[in-house]
Design a protein around this ligand. Structure first.
Ligand code: SF4
Ligand code: SF4
Length: 268
């Protein structure tokens, strides 16, 4: 059991978008930055794009320096968590005692949601369904003693996770669908590698699209090619749509790429 799991408990209360709670976090709280130690932070594809750009690193270097690979429970899908420092408190590499988070504007979605958790990614006992939120109760967190009231929807908007969730929507959907499959259905190693590359190593995926035979094999029109060459978010969305077709065999990869291009062709 990790330190985070020892100290944090998940409230059995299932929260929806209109659920209310009382919370505020600011540098004046006595527990300031305690939640940035001994934590388990799952990184989403959008988190990685934001953070590696913030740090000026290619995606493979960011992954090597700042992340640890895992398999997401009940999905068999590769995921990555933020690698903590090897200090006594297992600190996040981006936390400073006085300043707090030094990448605050680009902090991951999990940090933005806190003290809420999202059932889709934090699959644990008491949170055994998708599409709802819950409290991560950590004894040291004094934020619940503050008076500001929120609905879950207001908190998501205030923290900017509503927009980030939208970018990650296809990825989350893919994870949820895979989780609904019987455990006996396993992905091949090749499929897991593809999932990892598209989800987390966006520079490698760009090279895969533009520097391999991908564009000869898959019909992607010129407008779409230009879009995904210059816009990482569009490349991520394209990759997810392509990946869904490949992993779930709804269509062939060629059909999936062509369908995506057709749906997103501004002249169509
Ligand atoms: S990324 Fe920032 S907010 Fe998140 S744990 Fe690290 S220091 Fe804290
Ligand atoms: S423990 Fe809670 S109140 Fe304290 S800094 Fe972290 S989120 Fe804010």
């Amino acid at each position: 059991m990790t330190d985070a799991e020892k100290t944090a408990s998940i409230s059995p209360v299932r929260l929806g978008l209109s659920s209310r709670f009382q919370f505020q976090c600011h540098p004046g709280v006595s527990c300031f930055t305690q939640c940035c130690r001994g934590i388990n932070i799952i990184l989403t594809p959008f988190d990685i794009i934001q953070m590696k750009n913030r740090l000026g690193l290619p995606s493979n270097e960011f992954l090597a320096i700042y992340t640890e690979p895992h398999l997401l429970e009940k999905t068999d899908l590769p995921m990555v968590t933020l690698k903590l420092l090897d200090d006594e408190r297992k600190s996040c590499p981006f936390v400073k005692d006085k300043e707090g988070c030094i990448i605050y504007a680009d902090r991951p979605s999990s940090c933005r949601y806190y003290p809420l958790g999202v059932a889709t990614l934090q699959h644990k006992e008491g949170a055994d369904d998708d599409g709802f939120f819950f409290f991560v109760n950590e004894p040291h967190c004094k934020g619940f003693e503050e008076e500001t009231q929120w609905t879950v929807a207001e908190w998501r908007k205030d923290q900017g996770v509503d927009l980030r969730d939208e970018v990650n929507r296809e990825w989350t959907d893919l994870v949820v669908r895979k989780r609904s499959f019987p455990g006996s259905i396993k992905l091949t190693e090749k499929a897991k590698q593809l999932f990892f590359m598209v989800s987390y190593d966006i520079d490698k995926f760009r090279a895969f699209v533009f520097e391999s035979s991908f564009l000869k094999r898959f019909d992607v029109d010129a407008a779409m090619q230009e879009k995904i060459r210059t816009d990482e978010i569009e490349l991520l969305k394209f990759g997810m749509a392509w990946l869904k077709g490949v992993l779930f065999k709804q269509t062939t990869p060629e059909e999936q790429a062509a369908n995506f291009a057709e749906r997103h062709n501004p002249e169509a």
